[in-house]
Design a binder for this molecule. Sequence first.
Ligand code: CP3
Length: 342
Amino acid sequence: MTKTLLRALGGETLATPPIWMMRQAGRYLPEYRATREKAGDFLSLCYTPDLAAEVTLQPIRRYGFDAAILFADILLVPQALGAELWFVTGEGPRLSTVTEQRDFDALRPAGEVHETLSPVYETLRILARELPDTVTLIGFAGAPWTVATYMIAGRGTPDQGPAHALKDGNCVLFEALLERITAATIEYLSAQIEAGAEVVKLFDSWAGSLNDEDFQKYALAPAREITAALKKRHPGIPVIGFPRGADTRYAGFAQATGVDCVALDNAVDADWAAGHVQTDGCVQGNLAPEHLVTGGQALVDETRRIVAAFSGGPHIFNLGHGITPDADPDNVARMIDAVRDR
Ligand code: CP3
């Protein structure tokens, strides 16, 4: 097998870890900004397969990453379930909210998400044809808790307050919403795999705001359910879990959920994770994205430190969160050189 990313996910320790980057197709790249302008707005870019495939391929051409992540967004699932979704430039996403039973009753069944999401599957089919055969194609979805935080609040929130309030105030409705998102996510990721995704990643960006008991119920359990359902339908499909902010709860996450790889955010110490998380299998991460803005020797030193910390086991080099629009594209090349030519 020539695909290094799949080898690492299978548990192999490689002399040079495969590399890709969260948000690798994004506003820090002039070619992305040009294609986005052509598409008009962000959602049109997501739903136009030729253009979504084009921006997915741009960072592969420029840098030679070992994996390409589908260009889409975690908020397409709420939209496919019937929520209204729009993006306010410079501010972020806005959605119609789910806070009462009648909002929930207006949502579509999980099995009906494909009508909205079919352009995403077409993007994957294009990519499966066009990617170099050493590059792994990654599909993704938001994890149910993270997606629910946006559906309940109608926007991003610093503390996920509205979602916590619904969980505590109307737990029956909250759990019904989580179950609907879980079922839709299984349908969506399964269709992504059928369209050519070779790995899928679950982004639980707000997992860190759950207390231990809620983390078990609303982060671990849905990840386990989604992973088990996908592996039943698609035996051998690797799953990457990203419970951002899980802190010490990263330890045991892979065993508890069945994911093949745990993506670490940059708050996690690499040496600690090598001893407490990588012991269960492959880890991904975890350079702080700020280094791609600031660059210099610190970028090189920190990249090398992370590679060295994880060199005793399976590792996929990545950032601890998405690259930001103010990052310098030249720093990305420096980071890759520091990983590959030590
Ligand atoms: O990583 C990739 O290159 C693949 C594409 C991808 C996007 N979003 C494109 C995007 C992926 C995997 C995501 C995941 C995503 N989306 C998450 C989970 C990961 C994380 O960042 O924690 C979340 C929470 C979202 C929701 C979302 N999408 C927000 C809050 C925003 C606005 C903030 C921002 O960065 O502008 C988006 C917009 C978005 N999604 C952009 C991109 C490239 C920027 C939109 C633009 O071009 O204007």
